[in-house]
Design a protein around this ligand. Structure first.
Ligand code: PLP
Length: 459
């Protein structure tokens, strides 16, 4: 097209009203929730950037597909459609549906990982880490050093540190490493992509030591688009061909269809290992459901099958990645520190740089996220010491996380440019008074995944 504006490649087919709670209502909500944004009701939020997971808008084709859902307990037609789409994209031979990504992780790690093992990843997502640790194994993050430097500008900041991977294997022994995982894109590391070359290098190391290689493939299509944009030799490849090549380097993958499945629920475990698949299916029957529905309705399988096709559309991916960059550029131009370059699904505000007066054990990113909600009803999520820090058993300060980020995740096909302009305005306003934001202390916390339910008060 001769014009530069990248338009949303869809028009709106049905709308959902947004409530506009005022400041008093937002403050009451914060108090009730103990300053934990997971405790805020969705109706109390103006723009919800808590997650891009399951929050996207489905297409008319997906809704139509849902009407064709086959709800047979065993051998549902919808399963075979889903299986054929997943096999077509991934080339992996065994496809096991699950109700979401963490169920695929739980099943994979239960059958493949045992106490004392070590699982390297570029950066484990919170549920991935928790599921590894739940098996009594160690979840090790081996992203390249620049991957934890918010200001380092690199095309593939999600890459795994190959030397560190090799050193880890040499150190702990390959027999204690049941699998190596790479997360595409690297959500907890700023939504940064991983290059095809890096995936090839991980594959080569895994081959050398006889270790299986799995992808955490939640955002495989966004990663494929970044490869097309940034990796020499892929300019003319389709996202589908790039995705296929990414998967061809792995022995298996866990997937949350709530991201690049463009669905509201669902996921899968796919693998080329028949023994893993057999054990995983047996566990699936125990915990999720029969092997042809895995805790999903037949209509969910239809929505995912269609979503996995739509997500690879070039017009969609161009708009998707550009709209995230648009928010990033808006706030960065006003001097707000963010993880650079912007990732695929979210803009990550660098709370450590914005609130240097708040130490990590007073949770600067949580304090900033709370202030964005209080000021403008914008809900993001802390990815910092609340999520990834280690509490001190003696009651001293937590061991801090590598970065203190507030993630503003953009739901797929959901908000328009004016919504995003509003978010930019709120972020810039809050950032202009960052020196007034006080740190927080935790008043209660659970033993696992504390960020979901911990409560806080201002220091
Ligand atoms: C990289 C990554 N892995 C795994 C998961 C878990 O997926 P789910 O929320 O469907 O359980 C997520 C969810 O946000 C994720 O971003």
């Amino acid at each position: 097209m001769p014009y530069n504006t990248i338009i949303e490649p869809f028009r709106i087919h049905s709308v959902e009203a947004i409530d506009l709670p005022d400041l008093e209502q937002r403050e009451a909500a914060l108090e009730r929730a103990g300053l934990n944004l997971f405790g805020i009701h969705a109706d109390e939020v103006i723009i919800d950037l808590l997650t891009d997971s399951g929050t996207g808008a489905m297409s008319s084709k997906q809704w139509a597909g849902m009407m064709r859902g086959d709800e047979s307990y065993a051998g549902s037609r919808s399963f075979f459609k889903f299986e054929s789409v997943v096999k077509g994209i991934t080339g992996l031979s065994e496809v096991i549906p699950t109700h979401q990504g963490r169920a695929a992780e739980k099943i994979l790690f239960t059958v493949a990982v045992k106490e004392g093992d070590v699982v390297p990843n570029n950066t484990h997502f919170d549920t991935t880490r928790a599921n590894v640790e739940y098996q009594g194994a160690e979840a090790l993050d081996l992203v390249i050093p620049e991957g934890t430097d918010p200001s380092a500008i690199l095309p593939f900041k999600g890459n795994m540190d190959i030397d560190a991977l090799r050193a880890t294997i040499e150190d702990v022994g390959s027999e204690r490493i049941p699998l190596v995982m790479v997360t595409v894109t690297n959500n907890s590391g700023g939504g940064q992509p991983v290059s095809m070359q890096n995936l090839r290098d991980v594959r080569a190391v895994c081959d050398e030591y006889g270790i299986p290689f799995y992808l955490d493939a939640c955002r495989f299509a966004e990663n494929a688009w970044f490869i097309k944009l940034r990796e020499p030799g892929y300019e003319d490849s389709t996202p589908r061909a790039i995705a296929k090549e990414m998967f061809s380097l792995a022995d298996g993958a866990t997937m949350s269809a709530k991201k690049d499945g463009l669905a509201n629920i669902g996921g899968f475990l796919a693998t080329n290992d028949p023994a893993i698949a057999m054990n995983a299916r047996n566990l699936l029957i125990l915990t999720e459901g029969f092997t042809t529905y895995g805790g999903l309705a037949g209509y969910d399988l239809e929505a995912i099958a269609e979503g996995l096709e739509e997500v690879l559309d070039e017009h969609y991916l161009r708009y998707r990645i550009r709209s995230t960059a648009y928010l990033a550029e808006t706030v960065a131009a006003a001097g707000v520190p963010i993880v650079q370059p912007p990732g695929g699904h979210a803009v990550y505000l660098d709370a450590a740089a914005l609130l240097p007066h708040v130490p990590a054990h007073q949770y600067p990113a949580q304090a900033l996220a709370v202030e964005l909600y209080r000021a403008g009803g914008v809900r993001g999520v802390e990815i910092g010491t609340v999520m990834f820090g280690k509490p001190d058993p003696e009651g001293g300060p937590d061991t801090p996380a590598a970065m203190e980020l507030v993630r503003l995740a953009i739901p797929r096909r959901t908000y328009t440019q004016s919504h995003i302009d509003y978010v930019g305005e709120v972020v810039i306003d809050v950032a202009s008074r960052a020196s007034d934001i006080a740190g927080l202390r935790i008043t209660s916390q659970p033993p696992w995944l504390r960020h979901f339910t911990a409560t806080f008060e201002a220091v």
